[in-house]
Design a protein around this ligand. Structure first.
Ligand code: URA
Length: 277
């Protein structure tokens, strides 16, 4: 597969090492080839000297995208039916769990309100707590690089294909960045659930153990859940590693890239199906 300079730059930014042949590249296609249309078997493979652990579970390109369904909590009446501004106010005023005592501010989410992609992380960290925006620290920079590699941007407004909405399972920072507690996740989930209802994304990318396990109601490890398409509230959901984890585990970046390509395939399939009527 021929990678464009931009894609290669993004993969390098993610720390993915590729073997790039020195032979002259074929003439570029008239339109750039986007990862969204790349078949799964054409993805870059991890060099043998970097490979560790179990092989990634990647679906063959023609595998059906059907899947186990997670049943969400019913939305409490107080949240069901809220529009964006009422939901923002409800989150900002929330005192449903102990995290309201220590937060500087709530972190609602960022991006386009009708994005095709929705990225769901774990919880705000120290910088997010100060700035009120998700993923603004080091992990956020990696997330932005991953999104750029897919031609997506949290700032995108004009082109619907580039829009993404980024949110967390928790809207308040756990003190000292400790792990989210089950009662905190349960208390906060109605907000996320309503955000998903309002955005109506074509794909959810769930990042990291806490987001993944709480959305899918499972204790399974990410390594066993990735490589297939799940559903949450009827929306296709792809599982991947948390960017903060990827910063420490460079070899799993290639797997994360596979996950992004799988998610992009889902969006592309949805677009093709919609065009076919
Ligand atoms: N990690 C997350 O999961 N979310 C953030 O907003 C920041 C770091």
């Amino acid at each position: 597969m021929a990678w464009s300079e931009r894609q290669l730059a993004m993969l390098r930014a993610m720390g993915v090492r590729l073997f790039v042949p020195t032979a002259p590249a074929p003439a570029p296609p008239e339109r750039p080839v986007r990862p969204a249309t790349a078949p799964a078997q054409a993805l870059p493979t991890m060099p043998a000297d970097m490979a560790q652990g179990e092989a990634p579970h990647v679906l063959p390109a023609d595998a059906p995208l059907a899947l186990p369904v997670a049943t969400p909590h019913a939305l409490p009446a107080a949240v069901a039916g809220l529009d964006w501004s009422a939901l923002r106010e409800a989150v900002a005023a929330c005192r449903a769990c102990r995290l309201c005592e220590s937060r500087k501010q709530t972190v609602f989410g960022v991006g386009h309100e009708h994005a095709r992609w929705m990225v769901i992380g774990e919880a705000p960290g120290a910088q997010e707590d100060v700035q009120g925006e998700p993923f603004v620290g080091a992990a956020g920079q990696l997330l932005d690089a991953m999104l750029r590699a897919l031609d997506l941007s949290r700032a995108a407004d004009g082109d619907p294909a580039r829009r993404v909405f980024i949110a967390n399972t928790l809207k308040c920072r756990p003190p000292g960045n400790r792990n989210p507690q089950p009662d905190e996740l349960a208390a906060c989930e109605p907000f996320l659930s309503r955000q998903i209802e309002l955005v109506q994304p074509r794909i959810i990318l769930a990042m990291g153990r806490f987001a993944v396990q709480s959305l899918l109601r499972t204790n399974e490890a990410i390594g066993r859940l990735r490589g297939r398409v799940h559903r949450y509230q009827g929306v296709p959901l792809v599982v991947t590693y948390h960017p903060a984890y990827l910063l420490r585990n460079l070899t799993d970046k290639a797997r994360a890239w596979e996950d992004l390509c799988l998610a992009a395939q889902v969006v592309e399939q949805d677009r093709t199906d919609a065009a076919a009527g």
